[in-house]
Design a binder for this molecule. Structure first.
Ligand code: TRP
Length: 328
């Protein structure tokens, strides 16, 4: 039986944090160990959907690859590539835009949220409206059988499936209709008590944070006035979240950990959570330090070659099916 193929990816907007680790990176390593054929796209064009300042993009691409390698993603087994370096994605986006309706794009709840986040006066660009179509091309170009993503990506994946079905019905079967594999990346709250640990809110512990930074961030973490450590995400969301972070770092259960803090205060809790996280991050950072810029360039060049080869084949089939494979 053929190996199961998946594709997933990230925008190069900043360092990955421990929420990404639990929500997606750990799964990628697991799929790799299980022998799945994975592909990771670094979606650089998607960065300009909500900001036109591209000065950090290249730096962020390098850091993202460092994050991947440091947690155990092996680029020989799971190629990593940059979206803008695959012209076939742009070509496929063009064709997909013809079989997608504007109302379908306008009701995408994730895009609506992103437009809202631009604040009053923020106007949606055509690129913002269209990026889910481009994401469908990211995905379908490599014909994966599943796509592991966070819940906010579900509307884009529904669209991808829709486009695959519509293409196949209109022009003949070229694409698989990939399964959506949702992970709960909202499992970790932000250190400020926000619903989600996020790159942009500055409420995260990054995989690249050094030990002092982790201690400092935890000292500032929001708790409550109850003064008693227990694991109860409804009544004590912030304190429970600290226990969840410790559970991620130690592999022990939150309930078990909570017992250790019987009679202790939040100061002790924060101190021990910081220690556990630092112990968890130490080997990751040791790996991180070994990754040289030259290695990253090789990794991305190889990823580009592998995916362009697949992409050329897919586009060949697309041209044949759509009758754009001319004799001249
Ligand atoms: N939209 C995704 C995000 O913001 C990134 C992404 C781009 C992606 N293309 C993809 C994810 C294809 C999965 C598959 O996180």
């Amino acid at each position: 039986m053929a190996k199961k193929r998946y594709l997933t990816g990230d925008r190069p907007t900043g360092p990955l944090h421990i929420g990404h680790y639990v929500g997606s990176l750990a799964n990628r390593v697991k799929f790799q160990d299980e022998g799945a054929e994975g592909f990771i796209i670094i979606a650089d064009y998607q960065v300009v959907t909500d900001r036109l300042d591209t000065s950090d993009v290249e730096k962020n691409v390098f850091e993202l690859v460092r994050d991947y390698i440091s947690v155990g993603i092996d680029p020989d087994k799971t190629p990593i590539f940059v979206q803008s370096q695959i012209p076939e994605i742009a070509e496929l986006t063009m064709m997909f835009s013809m079989i997608t309706t504007v109302p379908q794009l306008e009701r995408n709840p994730t895009v609506k949220d992103e437009v809202r986040a631009m604040g009053p006066g923020g106007k949606m660009s055509a690129g913002m409206l269209m990026y889910p179509v481009s994401q469908a091309a990211d995905i379908l170009l490599v014909k994966p059988s599943f796509v592991p993503v966070g819940e906010d990506q579900a509307p884009h994946l529904e669209l991808t499936r829709d486009i695959a079905n519509r293409f196949n019905k209109t022009f003949g079967k070229v694409f698989p209709v990939p399964e959506i594999m949702l992970s709960k990346n909202s499992r970790l709250l932000g250190l400020d008590g926000d619903q989600k640990m996020s790159k942009s809110r500055g409420n995260a512990i990054n995989l690249s944070d050094d030990a002092d930074t982790v201690v400092k961030k935890l000292k500032k973490a929001v708790t409550d006035s109850k003064g008693k450590v227990s694991f109860d995400p409804n009544k004590q969301p912030e304190v429970s979240n600290l226990l969840t972070m410790m559970a991620v770092a130690t592999g022990r259960s939150e309930k078990e950990l909570a017992k250790d803090f019987d009679g202790k205060g939040y100061g002790d809790l924060k101190k021990e959570v910081a220690e556990a996280i630092n112990a968890f991050l130490a080997p990751i950072q040791k790996e991180r330090a070994k990754v040289k810029d030259a290695d990253i360039k090789k990794i991305l060049k190889n990823g580009r070659e592998v995916v362009r080869e697949i992409g050329r084949n897919t586009m060949d089939e697309v041209r044949k099916a759509t009758k754009f494979r001319y004799s001249f």
